[in-house]
Design a protein around this ligand. Sequence first.
Ligand code: IMP
Ligand code: MG
Length: 194
Amino acid sequence: MLEIKNRIQASIALGEDKILIGTDTFIPLIKEEEIQQRTRELGKQISIDYASKTPVFIGVLNGAFLFLSDLIKNVTIDCEVDFFKLSSYGDGKITSGRVKMLKELSCNVSGRNILIVEDIVDSGLSMKFIEELIAPHKPASMKIASLLVKPNSLKYNVKIDYIGFKIPSKFVIGYGLDYAQKYRNLKSIYVLSE
Ligand code: IMP
Ligand code: MG
């Protein structure tokens, strides 16, 4: 797993392509090629770990849709895909502290090997909510993959089995991650610069 340190100052120093949103400036944090490279590594590892199993990848909408689609393209074993839709951020830059279920699963998780796929784990509240939702249905196993984790923001005790990148506790957009529902289509990940 890669730790993203000192990127913010470096990015400012290089004067890389900034994104201005109102009075906010976002600067590059993780480039498209790095995301793709890390996603290939995770797909390979998951294929090894789940060899001879048929896991169900459960994407958490909306944020995880790009990561999930790139991840499963790098998985070489049989797998199934389903989605949850949760909302915790509303349109702001900090979590509302409440999780709402907007779309339930359609698959039966009982006896299955479940891999939950998230874009980012911040406080861990959403992950805790999902774990508590799935556990009573008795899956054969349940693991978590998250492209990004903000280790210094974690407030709930969740174990993230596959981590793409550990990032500072700052607001990020792009590659599925939104600000007021926009900017999910950016190919790289950008961070709010203060
Ligand atoms: P948690 O429940 O506090 O762990 O927050 C998880 C959810 O909040 C993620 O699935 C994202 O949808 C959203 N989120 C957390 N941090 C960010 C961010 O920096 N940018 C955009 N969305 C975020
Ligand atoms: Mg999410």
